[in-house]
Design a protein around this ligand. Structure first.
Ligand code: DHE
Length: 576
């Protein structure tokens, strides 16, 4: 019996395009947490959708079964295979493909996974045999289409709680606003505003579900948060108590928000990008009134084939033109969206690489470097000339966050990224004038603790580079960070110091994933989240940057699953 199942699995694996050698060893089909770092569209799974192709009275999958399968699909599968199953980083699962494969091949593929990246949902214990059976049947039916979200839907969710003329004209509190941190409390649908000096929680603000990032307006007055459920909160820091003054939902699933930073356009516009529907929206910067919605449905940059759902990944605001830099994942285009005249919108579409994800500026603020993580590359765009400057091969799955800028003792200014898929840290030269031979090349590869890294961080005043590894399967590595000294990078094999941040938190339960370092305004301390499950205790640990010792631990039962932290001054001024 065992043999029959396995041979079916092998056949399924082969039929999905893998080699016999890869397929033959099911032990290699395990999946690390890093491999699972793909979008989970769990909000979309909750949306009402009609079961396609099913006439009243005819339900090949019963109504409750359909609901369950849809939920599982959006949570676990849509990130790689696409909402409409046309494929993204994973292959297409249209009914044309799935009917050709057949029920058994699908079932076994879901169960065993593949070394090509498909998680082993069954043998890992994540899905039961019944779930897998259900999912194989679900894939044989036409995919349901989630609803669109245009201006009427956005306007229906748009609320201005405090009109602009009722807002203060100067700060009404004595908080040190520039050194405030906006901290995502992922699973409670909130952010905590924490004072950088006293380390006290100033306020907890209800937001969208699982806020992904906070960004700060050019004036430093407004914090924008975006939930996974595409809800934006506009928080006014000048109010007596920082408060949400406007909110809107711009779709069903989203990850990015930014505000205009060009001289003369400060606080004028905001922009947010959605995973579903595939679109971005330009809004008024102080009320969030939606002004212009632009769909990203278009052709891929390379094969020039239509893609029905290109998701919007990172967005940054240019300092050289009144433009937003919008990274479109599945088509591989970097869009320079000019907001000077949004009625006659000018968009420069730069061909870069597919599966753009996250990135940041170089130290000069002119070049934007973004990871095309499923292609192991970093794309560099010149935001002054609006041109692609380079596509650089780095390690496996680069994941920089916004990256880290510092001056290398041998190679001059560099920007660095760590990787999800290996232990390396790639340093890329960013100074075409002063160091032309090194510019846009990997000038050095450092070896860190291991794969599963999400974020790397330094500060212009610091000598240290911090590399987290929260998705490493080893709990010890997931709960510590590696620190390199910039002065020692000229040595043959630069060593790193390990900081046991999880242990320093004093929490003894859970994996204590240590994630995303963020400096204070002065650049003399760096904060890390100790991220545990929702029903466990989490914390923030503050490290003294000079001595690499524990400076403070913030433990508070209101700190539920803290992840991203955004210092007002550093975020607003792109200091990283
Ligand atoms: Fe993120 C940035 C998408 C999972 C914490 N994440 C980003 C950006 C994108 C993105 C597109 C860049 C936004 C920008 O700059 O405009 N993230 C995704 C995903 O699609 C993915 C893989 C799965 C998903 O379904 O969301 C994902 N991200 C996570 C997490 O699991 C993290 C660790 C915890 C969490 O809160 O969900 C996480 N992502 C972050 C953080 C940033 C981020 C903290 C901003 C880092 C920065 O320094 O700017």
């Amino acid at each position: 019996m065992k043999r029959t199942i396995f041979s079916v699995a092998v056949a399924a694996t082969l039929s999905l395009g893998l080699t016999a050698a890869m397929a033959a060893d099911p032990k290699k089909h395990g999946t690390t947490p890093g491999d699972r770092y793909e979008p989970s569209l769990n909000i979309l799974g909750d949306q009402p959708m009609d079961q396609p192709g099913v006439k009243p009275g005819e339900t090949p999958l019963g109504g409750a079964e359909f609901q369950k399968a849809k939920q599982i699909y959006f949570e676990r599968c849509a990130g790689c295979h696409g909402v409409l199953r046309n494929g993204a980083t994973g292959p297409a699962l249209t009914t044309k493909v799935t009917k050709e494969r057949g029920f058994e091949a699908l079932r076994d593929f879901i169960n065993f996974g593949s070394p090509g990246g498909m998680p082993n949902w069954g043998t890992s214990g994540d899905l039961t045999a019944d779930d897998i059976n259900l999912m194989a049947r679900y894939l044989l039916e036409e995919p349901p289409q989630p609803p669109e979200f245009g201006l009427p839907e956005m306007k229906a969710t748009w609320k201005v709680h405090v009109p602009v003329d009722q807002r203060p004209t100067k700060p009404m509190n004595d908080l040190d606003l520039d050194n405030l941190f906006s901290v995502t409390l992922r699973d409670s649908g909130e952010v905590a505003l924490i004072d950088g000096g006293t380390k006290e929680i100033v306020k907890i603000i209800h937001t969208g579900y699982a806020v992904h990032i906070s960004r700060i307006s050019a004036s430093g007055r407004y914090v924008f948060t975006i939930g996974r459920d595409a809800k934006i909160n506009l928080i006014d820091l000048w109010m007596k108590e920082p408060t949400t003054v406007a909110e809107i939902k711009i779709g069903a699933e989203a990850r990015s928000v930014e505000t205009s930073k060009m001289k003369g356009w400060e606080d004028k516009y905001a922009i947010a990008g959605a995973y579903w529907p595939p679109q971005y929206v330009i809004m008024d910067g102080v009320t969030l009134e939606p002004k212009k919605i632009v769909s990203t449905r278009s052709m891929t940059y390379d094969t020039q084939e239509f893609h029905p759902e290109p998701r919007v990944a990172a967005i940054v605001a240019s300092h050289y033109h009144p433009e937003f830099v919008v990274n479109v994942k599945e088509t591989g285009h970097i869009l320079m969206v000019n907001y000077e005249d949004i009625k006659n919108l000018k968009v420069t579409a730069i061909e870069a690489e597919r599966f753009l994800h996250d990135g940041g500026f170089d130290a000069s603020g002119r070049y934007f470097l973004v990871a095309a993580n499923a292609r192991n590359k970093v794309a560099v765009v010149d935001t002054k000339e609006n041109k692609l400057v380079a596509l650089i091969e780095t390690g496996t799955k680069p994941h920089p966050g916004r990256g880290a800028n510092f001056v290398h003792p041998k190679f001059g200014p560099v920007w660095a990224t760590s990787h999800l898929g290996d232990e390396t840290i790639a340093l890329i030269g960013t100074d075409p004038e002063g160091h032309p031979d090194q510019a846009w090349k990997v000038v050095q590869v450092l070896e860190g603790q291991g794969g599963g890294s999400l974020f790397i961080k330094t500060h212009p005043k610091s000598k240290h580079i911090y590399v987290d590894t929260p998705l490493n399967p080893e709990a010890e590595l997931a709960s510590s960070v590696a620190v390199f000294n910039v002065d020692e990078l000229g040595q043959k094999e630069p060593k790193y110091t390990v900081l046991p941040i999880g242990e320093w938190s004093g929490i003894t339960e859970g994996v204590r994933r240590v994630v995303q370092g963020e400096y204070n305004k002065m650049g003399d301390e760096i904060w890390f989240s100790v991220w545990n499950a929702r029903d466990q205790e989490s914390a923030i640990v503050v490290v003294d940057d000079k001595t690499l010792t524990k400076k403070a631990v913030i433990r508070d039962k209101r700190l539920v699953t803290p992840t991203g932290k955004f210092n007002v001054f550093n975020t607003r001024n792109d200091v990283y």
